[in-house]
Design a protein around this ligand. Sequence first.
Ligand code: URP
Ligand code: ZN
Ligand code: ZN
Length: 463
Amino acid sequence: MGTLIRGGTVVTATDTYPADVLVEGETVSMLGQKLAEAGHDVVDAAGAYVFPGGIDPHTHLDMPFGGTVTADDFETGTRAAALGGTTTIIDFALHTKGDSLHNALKTWHAKAADKACIDYAFHLTIADGRDETMAEIPKIIDEQGVNSFKVFMAYKHILQVDDETIFKTLQTCAVAGGLVQVHAENGDVIEVTTKQALAAGHTEPKWHALTRPVECEGEATHRAIRLAEIAGAPLYVVHVSSAMAADAISDGRKRGLSIYGETCPQYLVCDSSDYDRPDFKGAMYVLSPPIRDKWNQAVLLRKLKNMELHSFGSDHCSFNLCGQKELGKDNFSKIPNGAPTIEDRLAILYDVGVNQGVLGLNQFVALGSTNAAKLFGLFPRKGTIAVGSDADIVVWDPAKERTISAKTHHMNVDNNVFEGMKIKGRPRYVFSRGLKVADGDTFTGRKGYGKFQRSAKFFPVQL
Ligand code: URP
Ligand code: ZN
Ligand code: ZN
C-alpha cells in the first residue's frame, strides 16, 4: 500500500501541471491524472501545490560558536525544518586547525545520526592550509560523499583563514571535483573597526553592523572571485547580504566564471533599523554579514529573479536572547552571531517572492530546493518530483495565513527575527522519503529517521 497525493498541482523547477502523485516505499512510483485509489492512503491536495521538499543548503545545528553552542540540535532543528517544508538540510561540519577533516566529519555524523528527523548532508569548513588538509580533500569527496568546503575570510582568530589557504583550497577543489564556499567579509578590517568602536565606548548591538560596513563584504567578495578566477575554480558565495556583493557575483559571471550566490530570508525582510530595537532586542539581528539598509532587499530579490543569485539558505544559527545573546550585553563583539531561520525560510521566500509577484512558482522551487540539489550533488534523487526520485514532497496550501512568532514556532529558541510578520502560504503536509513528517502544525515524523545523503562530485551546472 502506498500514498496517493491526489488533486494537486505539481510544480518542479521546470514544469507546472495538475497530477496525482503515487508514493510507494520511499520513492515516487507514478505521476498521472486520476490515478486509482487501489487501497492506497489518499492525501488531499485539492487547491494546493505539490512541491519537491525544500533543501536548505546552509544550517548550523549543535555548533559551538561565540563561546556557546547553537540552541537547536539535529533533533529540534530538523523537526522545525520539516514543519516549514524542508526535507533535506546541508549542515556545516567544523574543521579544527591542526586536526583532520575526517575527524570533523566523524564528529558531525555523531551529532546527527540518532537525532535528525529529515535527511541531511554535510559541507566541511577548512581551518588550515596544511598539506595534510589539502591531501584529504579528494578523499573526502570520493569516499565520504561531501563535495563542498567553506572558507572564512572573517572571524579573525577563530575561523578566518588567509588568502594562501583559500587559494590552495580553490586549486585543490578545482582538480578534485569540489565546490569552495566563501564567507566573504574582510576580517582584518573588522578586527580594527571593532577595537576602535569598543575603545570609543560603543558597546550596543548596532555597532556590530557599523563595524562591518558593506565595503568589507564587497571587497572580500571581489577578492574571493578573483582568487577563484586565478585558480580556475568554481565558487559559491554564501549568505550574500548586499547589492555590492551581489554585483560582484554578477560581474564574475559576466566574465564567464562559474560563480554562484546564495542569499537568506533575513536579508530580504529585515533591515538595519532592526539593530535599534530597545531592550537589547537588536542583538537578535547580530549575524554576519550584518543586516543592511532596506534598499538592498529589492536588489537581492531582483537578483534571485534574474538568476544572478542561485540559492536560498537559511543560515540557521540559533541563540537564545536569554543566556546566549546576553553574553554580549556590554560588548557587541561578544554577542554570538546568528539567527533562527530554518523553519520560516520557504514561507518567506514564497511570501516575498511569489505572493508579491516577483518570482514564478518554478523559480520558487528552483531557489528553495532544486538548485541546491544540483550544486551539492543530490539531484535528481532530491530536488524534484519524478518517478524514481525520493518522495520528499510538500503539499503547499497557498491560501493559509499565519503570523510568525517565537511563541508558536517549533525551533528551540526564545526569539524570531521575523516576529509579527503576517505571511500567506504554508505546508499542509510534508513527506520525507514517503513518511508523513508534518500534518499542518503537527510533527508526525520521528527522531533518527533522517539519513545521511552522499553528495556526488561537483560539476559546474548552468544555473
Ligand atoms: O552570523 C552567522 N552567519 N552565523 C553563522 C556562521 C556563518 O558565518 O555562517
Ligand atoms: Zn558565514
Ligand atoms: Zn552560516
